[in-house]
Design a protein around this ligand. Sequence first.
Ligand code: NDP
Length: 283
Amino acid sequence: MSENISVLGLGLMGAALAESLLAAGHHVTVWNRSPAKADPLVAQGATRAATPAQAVEASPLVIVCLLDYASVKEVLEGAPLAGKVVANLTTGRPAEARDLAPWVAGRGAEYLAGGIMAVPQMIARPGALILYSGSEQAFDRYAPALAAMAEPRFTGDDPGMAPLLDLAMLTGMYGQIAGFLEAAALVGSAKYPLGEFTSSLLVPWLTAMAAQQPAWAEKIESGDHSTVVSNLEINRSGLETLVRTFREQGVKPDLLLPMKTVVDQRTARGLGHEGLSSLIEEL
Ligand code: NDP
């Protein structure tokens, strides 16, 4: 079903979102602070709005993708929001989403907070995911249209939930990138070809390790860290070996050290017999 949808914010991400909605056959109205960014979309059939108020006026579903929450409030202030659904896909903190939701509701609109798990090039392609939280009624009404941008996943009525899960996923990603960069520096110190190490050794290893994580999640949820594949003490010793090796190879272990610090703290308290999942108790 073709919907009327407005997109406010046509940066790299907003433009990709608007383009995917146009390609799916929706009637898209676009607004951007610097008007020229709307030109390619207008050439593809979008309608240009001269002001945020005009853009909001044009459609019952208003998608916002701006720099930050401060710019979202600035842009929506004074716009005729009553009766609209506002899907704010701007990255922000859970607290900001919980603050904006009543601000939007107070102006008579339903609110969805979003967390985009994709880069612009992935929009409308398999693998792209957008997390939503807030008004389930609004999500159910527009999920088919939102699916043009990325798989839509509703995560609960707390508006802060999608931003929180977005940041949790980024946390996992940064941990993985930190591990990759340290491994790459170590491999580089021995002049082993990094591409070969990455594709034939590291990626299969990380994939096998990632497959263990649901079992870790079960342990953490149950609070039972007693069953051990390898205990904290052996990991303390392993991290010590790693850090010494880094120093001997002339590589800084800085991205690895925070983990070692927490392992050292917990083993120093006599808890070395526990499994590695017990580190969650330190966090
Ligand atoms: P860009 O820097 O490309 O675009 C920023 C947008 O915000 C532009 O449309 C800009 O307008 C607008 N803007 C900034 N400040 C104001 C303001 N005070 N008033 C009005 N408009 C303003 O960023 P992206 O498009 O990449 O990112 C947009 C959001 O999407 C961010 O929250 C980002 O975290 C999120 N996101 C981006 C991803 C990515 O890979 N790019 C991935 C996942 C999420 P103007 O053109 O006039 O400067």
